[in-house]
Ligand binder design. Structure first.
Ligand code: BV8
Length: 239
């Protein structure tokens, strides 16, 4: 794989696969999260309206797992943080993940297009708050001073992803697009590779296995992200 030495702007799309080796289950691998729940029951606004307690429990369980001592950023998260700090141009991470492992590894320029487990927002004021513990129907928000107005700060199916304008902007100016650990099943994230290509970017897919999107990429780096991403970062920093 050849990485030209005149790359200026790198955009990296990450999915659940980059956090798999940190002990966070992916969505669609055989023992993925969705198995225990119908997607639309726990990751759609209708599902939330129908059974808010099920959805609160689903996200409370993931929030508590994320903060357990055996979940930490892995070598892939750390390599991306090194890339951001050492690369002479810009590095933007667009993540579909709702964990905070990129930030805990030291990355700063991170767009959480599907939201964040450690945040909630008020349905009335749309104000966003941090949360580490359980969110329930009786959690009182500090803007309305009443219970029942808070929801997880998560983008569910049928909802518009966050910062979509900023994402369009960075895809327009990127000259290297790297996808890491995503099945390419969910839109609009699955369409980012073609947007980047249309603007002349070189595209690389890093995954433990080929995906239905693989042929859209100029090259593949197949293997676990904890070994392949540090290797890729070294190639980029020492072309
Ligand atoms: C929208 C909530 C309009 C957060 C999630 C028909 C066609 C096209 C689109 C649609 C359609 N019907 C409906 C749609 C739209 C829909 C959609 O895409 N549906 C799919 C199912 C077809 N999308 C939406 O509704 C989105 N909104 O479209 O709004 C719009 C759009 C733009 C502008 C204006 C308006 C909203 C989608 C967000 C849904 N929320 N989750 C949460 O609970 O976590 S999606 C959920 O899937 C997660 O966010 C997750 O990140 C995401 C994607 O999954 P992946 O990250 O890829 O994870 P997955 O398990 O699938 O794959 C893991 C990969 O890792 C695998 O490939 C595996 O091989 C690899 N791997 C495993 N281990 C490793 C590894 N790789 C490397 N190393 C390892 N060790």
């Amino acid at each position: 794989m050849i990485i030209p030495n005149n790359i200026q702007n790198i955009v990296i799309l990450t999915g659940a696969g980059i956090s798999a080796e940190s002990g966070i289950k992916t969505f669609r691998d055989q023992n993925g999260l969705w198995e225990n729940h119908d997607i639309m029951e726990v990751a759609s606004l209708d599902g939330f309206k129908k059974n808010p307690n099920l959805v609160f429990d689903f996200y409370n369980a993931r929030r508590s797992q994320l903060q357990s001592e055996n979940v930490a950023p892995n070598e892939a998260h750390k390599a991306l943080a090194t890339l951001e700090s050492k690369f002479k141009g810009t590095v933007t991470i667009i993540t579909q993940n709702v964990d905070d492992l990129h930030e805990r590894a030291g990355s700063h320029n991170v767009i959480h297009m599907h939201g964040e487990l450690l945040k909630m927002h008020c349905l009335k004021s749309l104000k966003v708050y941090s949360i580490k513990g359980k969110l329930t129907q009786s959690t009182i928000c500090s803007c309305c001073r009443q219970a029942g107005n808070l929801r997880p700060h998560i983008v569910w199916f049928g909802e518009v992803p966050y910062q979509i304008d900023k994402i369009d902007e960075v895809l327009k100016s990127c000259d290297l697009f790297i996808s890491i650990g995503t099945s390419g099943e969910v839109y609009p994230a699955a369409a980012f590779v073609s947007e980047a290509k249309n603007h002349g970017a070189i595209t690389i897919e890093q995954n433990i296995t080929p995906t239905k999107q693989s042929r859209q990429f100029d090259s593949q780096l197949t293997g676990p992200s904890t070994t392949e991403v540090p290797r890729l970062v070294k190639m980029i920093l020492n072309p």
